[in-house]
Structures are given as structure tokens and as C-alpha cells.
Design a protein around this ligand. Structure first.
Ligand SMILES: [Zn+2]
Length: 254
């Protein structure tokens, strides 16, 4: 059977509901698909989503509000955060001790512009620490399939070092991993294969890919959430109930 989602063993290890959906789950822009993916990943509540713009806006959604324009969503306990991708890099962050999570959408524009740094700045400001944070980088277009023009490759080599490009083929996941390491994170996992070329045993594509399918590509959903209850089961630092939520800053920042 084709799996609906992939899991991070790091986030699994700290008992967090989360997941990176596959093409078998369907288009993540559908509400029914979002609900099914959330359930499959152990999340019973709502998932907040965003109108993604390939920018660096970080946002703390409120339950029930319409999707805001943002490429990083952050939350305390009780509200899951989800982003959609089709070749771009999804990054999930969680600090179980500080009771904070984030979902980040990083394409090449967002990676260069600093969306991961924006999300990290925001989650650290809210009380997370580099030592407390776990990060999972989900399925995205691999270096195998991601040829960019020479001027863009040069920009990435200049920023991230020669190792992120092989000729004009760019490893966008590696760039985002380097950004997480620069910020002092050490618990980082990369999950899943290349969104453009990975296939199931049946030969069907495992993921949605904008490069492969163009405008008709569905969206893979990546989400993480902290349950409002069961505080004591999560994290080594054992914050008190509601502490993370109480620290949660209001609304958007750029
Ligand atoms: Zn590939």
C-alpha cells in the first residue's frame, strides 16, 4: 500500500503529531485531504495554512482565521501548522520544552531571502533555544533533478559554498540544512526522496512536482502540532501546562 505520509524519526521520538504527505494522500490544497493527512499523522485538531508567496513572512495564526500571507507559520500548543509544497523545501521545527512548533516553505527564493532564518528568529524570540529545537526537512526536488541557470547557481555557491551545487544542479535541502546548522541546531533530519523522480514500487510518482507536472501539480502537505494536553509526555525540559502558549507573541512579523 502506498503510504499517505512520511514521518521523521526525530519528531516521532519526541511524540509529536506531524507528517509529510505523499501524492497518494491527494492534493493538500483540499480540505478533505488536509483532514485525512492530519489524522494519519496523529493530529486531531485544526491545521492552519498560509497563502504562500515565496517570501520571508513569519506568522502566528489564530484558530479559525483565514490563511494569512506567509511562508513560515508558528504556533504554541493546540493549533497545528501546515505548509504546501511541490518541489520546494518543507521544514518543520519543534521545541517541545518551549512548547513551540513551526512549518516553513523554502523554495529557492525563500532560501536566498532567509525564510528559515525568519522562522528561527521568531521561534527563538518566543522562547525556543537552538539546543531545544528539532528540525525535519521533508521531500523536495533533489540535486538529481534541480538544474538552475548559472547565475542562480553562482549566487547559491557564493552564499552556501561550492558543495551545494554540482555543476548547475542545486541541493536546496542542503542549503536549508546549513542554515539550521548556522543557527546552532544539531538535531536535524532529512526525510524522503526527490519530489520529481522518486517513485513507488508500483512505478507511480511518490510526490507532486511542479517541475514534472507544471501548474496542475498537487501540493504535498507538511505539518506539525503540539497537543494542548499531555504536557508531561513531551520534551526533556518539562515546561508547565500552557507555558508555551502564554509566551506566544501576537500576529505577524516580517
Ligand atoms: Zn530527482
Amino acid at each position: 500500500m502506498r503510504p499517505l505520509l512520511l514521518r521523521s524519526s526525530l519528531l516521532e521520538g519526541i511524540g509529536l503529531p506531524h507528517g509529510f504527505s505523499t501524492a497518494a494522500a491527494g492534493d493538500g490544497r483540499s480540505e478533505a485531504v488536509r483532514a485525512a493527512v492530519a489524522r494519519a499523522g496523529g493530529w486531531e485538531g485544526t491545521l492552519a495554512t498560509a497563502r504562500q508567496l515565496h517570501g520571508t513572512q513569519a506568522h502566528w495564526p489564530l484558530p479559525g482565521e483565514p490563511p494569512a500571507e506567509a511562508d513560515a507559520l508558528l504556533a504554541g500548543p493546540g493549533l497545528g501548522v501546515a505548509i504546501g509544497t511541490a518541489d520546494c523545501v518543507p521544514v518543520l521545527l519543534a521545541d517541545p520544552g518551549a512548547r513551540l512548533v513551526a512549518a516553513v516553505h523554502a523554495g529557492w527564493r525563500g532560501t536566498i531571502a532567509g525564510v528559515v532564518q525568519a522562522a528561527l528568529a521568531e521561534i527563538l524570540r518566543a522562547g525556543a533555544t537552538p539546543d531545544g529545537l528539532f528540525a525535519a526537512i521533508g521531500p523536495h526536488i533533489g540535486r538529481c533533478c534541480y538544474e538552475v541557470d548559472e547565475s542562480l547557481a553562482a549566487r547559491f555557491r557564493e552564499r552556501f559554498g561550492a558543495g551545494v551545487c554540482e555543476g548547475q544542479r542545486l541541493d536546496l535541502g542542503r542549503c536549508n540544512e546549513l542554515l539550521l546548522r548556522e543557527a546552532g541546531l544539531t538535531r536535524i533530519e532529512r526525510v524522503g526522496g526527490c519530489s520529481r523522480c522518486a517513485v513507488e514500487a508500483t512505478g507511480e510518482p511518490r510526490f507532486f512536482s511542479y517541475r514534472r507536472e507544471g501548474e496542475r501539480a498537487g501540493r504535498l502537505l507538511s505539518f506539525v502540532g503540539l497537543p494542548a494536553a499531555a504536557e508531561s509526555e513531551l520534551g526533556p525540559r518539562g515546561s508547565g501546562p500552557g507555558e508555551g502558549a502564554a509566551r506566544r507573541p501576537g500576529r505577524s512579523v516580517s
